[in-house]
Design a protein around this ligand. Structure first.
Ligand code: ZN
Length: 455
């Protein structure tokens, strides 16, 4: 069955054909490690994971690279504000990111490439662009990409240079900007005092790379000039991905990416997520609301990756309930031997996935299977586990023991106790433990948190 994927470059569904038979090179734009990623970022990473899982399910060998942006305007700004070295500052958020990846059951990439490990490759690419006439040095020693020299600039976001306003003739030093401000963008930023101790001495002079060149250089270094699939959030289509194409194709002379795939925005309560609106969530925030990482994943699957989704507590709580029902259904077949994967269901499942990763239909087929009384428990178990290779709900980790339901008042007391312990208020902590005991539960501290059992 042919796999159909929507290619943002051609704006059409295309039959997927990798460069090398049965192998796929995949690049996903990763986090800028200056803070905890928000749930919109995780939509992009879960989408990349689900795509990778589907490709593996269909028999492809996938080589997946994701970058860690540990040098850009924001990491420098915030590391200086916190009086930390860039490495100290970014390492903390990089480690937190890996924890999130594991808690979301995202299959780790073949390699997470840190931008600071690829400065030489970036310099080489920038030198090639200067030599070929696509980049120039400005008065202060920075290097800019000359968008007017690239006849194809705008092909991903579908505009032509003549559509751009007057200011397209200027220069943009910032890493992030919008279409209204499309201008020559910085490949190499000459050191200035805002960069503090952050700089490299290179043949291009003392300075540091712009954000966009990082992905071009890392993708080329790890996966070659032309890759099969590049994924990312639609918000990165312009300018980031547009600039990646311009840099890579002008430097190497080869097409950069065969299939560009973008996930749509995640809205919260119908609005764009922003700290100022108070509707900004990280995984840690939704965990406090009792929503597990897997429930968040389940909820994302109830919409297609290329449609906008609207995060509301009600909707995601609904997903949490549905996922728990799924785990219960799996517990019922858990003790049986692993049977045979039901081919009829598998064929239908493969068909909807091959239709540009139709996860809502895939989830519906999973539920049909769960409710199908004509299928033996052992075959059901085998088929559910088979589907979970794509979903990643972690059915293989579900234990026979049903998790105890902790009443809200008990978890509130447990949270208050954690707060007391963080403040080293041991008397209060003991008092809260006794209150929990009175309600019939016992709390024990374990690594990274606590465990509650019924007494
Ligand atoms: Zn990127």
């Amino acid at each position: 069955m042919a796999l159909n994927l929507y290619n943002s470059l051609s704006r059409s569904n295309e039959i997927f054909k990798p460069i090398e038979e049965n192998q796929v090179t995949l690049y996903t734009c990763g986090p800028t490690v200056y803070n905890y990623p928000h749930i919109g970022n995780y939509r992009a990473y879960i989408f990349g994971d689900m795509l990778k899982r589907t490709l593996s399910y269909l028999g492809y060998k996938v080589k997946h690279i994701m970058n860690i942006t540990d040098i850009d305007d924001k990491t420098i700004r915030d590391s200086i504000a916190q009086e930390k070295t860039l490495a100290e500052f970014t390492e903390f958020y990089t480690e937190e990111f890996y924890k999130d990846v594991d808690s979301l059951n995202i299959i780790r990439a073949e390699k997470y490439t840190k931008a600071t490990d690829y400065i030489d490759e970036m310099v080489t690419m920038i030198e090639a662009l200067i030599e070929k006439g696509f980049a120039y040095k400005s008065e202060d020693g920075s290097v800019y990409f000359d968008i007017a020299k690239d006849a194809e600039y705008g092909k991903l976001s579908h505009f032509t240079l003549s559509d751009l306003k007057e200011n397209a003739k200027g220069r943009m030093a910032n890493d992030e900007y919008d279409k209204e401000n499309a201008q020559d963008f910085a490949l190499w930023k000459s050191w200035d005092e805002n960069d503090g101790e952050v700089f490299w001495e290179t043949p291009l002079g003392k300075g540091r790379p712009g954000w966009h060149i990082e992905c071009s250089a890392m993708s080329t270094a790890e996966l070659g000039d032309t890759i099969d699939i590049h994924t990312g959030g639609v918000d990165n289509m312009f300018p980031h991905h547009e600039n990646e194409i311009a840099q890579s194709e002008c430097a190497t002379g080869h097409p950069f990416v065969k299939y560009w795939m973008h996930n749509e925005h995640l809205m919260v309560d119908g609005k764009k997520m922003s700290k100022s609106l108070g509707n900004f969530y990280t995984l840690r925030d939704i965990d406090k609301l009792g929503i597990t990482p897997q429930a968040f994943r389940y909820w994302l699957y109830t919409g297609n990756y290329d449609t906008k989704v609207n995060f509301t507590i009600e909707a995601v709580s609904g997903a949490q309930t549905a996922l728990e029902r799924l785990y219960s259904a799996y517990r019922e077949v858990l003790d049986t031997d692993n049977g045979i994967i039901n081919t009829e269901y598998k064929d239908r499942f493969t068909e909807v996935l091959s239709d540009n990763l139709n996860t809502p239909k895939a989830v519906a087929i999973l539920w049909e299977l769960v409710k199908d009384t004509d299928i033996s428990s052992s075959d059901k178990k085998a088929t559910m586990l088979d589907f979970d290779r794509v979903f990643g709900f972690g059915l293989d980790k579900v234990s026979a023991e049903k998790p105890i339901e902790i009443p809200v008042e008990v978890s509130a007391l447990a949270d208050a106790r954690t707060a007391a312990r963080n403040e080293k208020n041991w008397a209060k902590s003991d008092e809260l433990r006794d209150q929990i005991k009175e309600l019939g539960y016992e709390i024990k501290d374990v690594e990274g948190g606590y465990k509650i059992t019924k007494t």
